[in-house]
Design a protein around this ligand. Sequence first.
Ligand code: AHM
Ligand code: MG
Length: 374
Amino acid sequence: MGKRDFRKAEKPINDQQTLQGLIYFRLDFFECRIANFVMILNLNMERSRIALPIGITLDRFIKSKQSEYPQAAGEFSQLLRDIALASKVVNREINQAGLVDIMGYIGQQNKAGDEQQKLDMLAHIRFSRALSKGGEAAGIISEETETFTDFKNRGKYVVAIDPLDGSTNIDVNVSIGTIFSIYKRKTKPGTKLTKKDFLQKGSEQVAAGYVLYGSSTMLVYTTGKGLNGFTYERTLGEYVLSHPQMRCPASGKIYSINDAGIPQAMPEIAQYIEGCRAAGFTSRYIGSLVADIHRNLIKGGIFLYPATSKYPKGKLRLLYECNALAMIVEQAGGMATDGSNRILDLEPTGLHQTTPFYVGSKRLVEGLLKRIKK
Ligand code: AHM
Ligand code: MG
């Protein structure tokens, strides 16, 4: 007899049915208690969720800092917002990379006959479009183009950008990043842009940042007044302040270098790495600059990309990779050098010029410099 049938019966027929009735009654009673308990739990969770603040969104944070740029508050804030928006679009496309046909190479066509784009080219298009439509940037130099692009507007700023860095990691689902620098243009707004607008020293950056597309997506940026990190909250579609006033530990136990390049570099690099190993350091190298720098920034460590026989002047690009990261790390209390000079003091001569790059915790970089200068 089913539970409900039994309840309908006027009187229990025998002792066995009386017992069964009691058991069902107790089960009902406990079911009821459990349901009530779950309801209260849900209510409490809901209440605590409601009580939980969302945090400071990037938009609100940028707005709260506008007063720090009295001459160009609105434009500059808008420029940062344009970059953040483009990064969200790029993030969406990266997340779908395995699902849709966007990992082909330029020149290939998909089944619909459309031109397929490499993901790094796609990122370049997204950032260029957001910046040119926003109108605050007068032009852009990107890793993906030979020369700069003039947006032919009255914008006061220029942007140097690596839209998607870590090309060898793009197709294999490993963290990648966007790196950007913002400068005030040298020439008058409304006139033609020249190389001079882009060939500025890193110390002239008005802002720099990176986006890390990793286990979560983060935007980290500085305007020269400390460093702040925002984590992307996908369901809200917002960057939320998660790492306020980031600091790089003064020392650390991580060294990051492409091991295969050590024998090709000057002998002091091998000696320095030997010293790290002897001191019990750990080696971490992702091969994605943003991810390697981000980790060392948080945990403490040193990143090295020296000149090698394969890359006699270093591999990493000064204008849209090293300058931004040097400013970021310095703002967190770290250090960045090419082995002789502070990265931010280097006078650029070419749009795609490369440099040896040593960056990270202050004491570690100082230790390396001592070794190099011995
Ligand atoms: P890319 O701009 O072509 O992506 O190259 C830059 C990348 C950096 O992200 C990374 O630090 C470096 O190249 C790794 O180079 P290597 O493979 O020589 O170690
Ligand atoms: Mg790059």
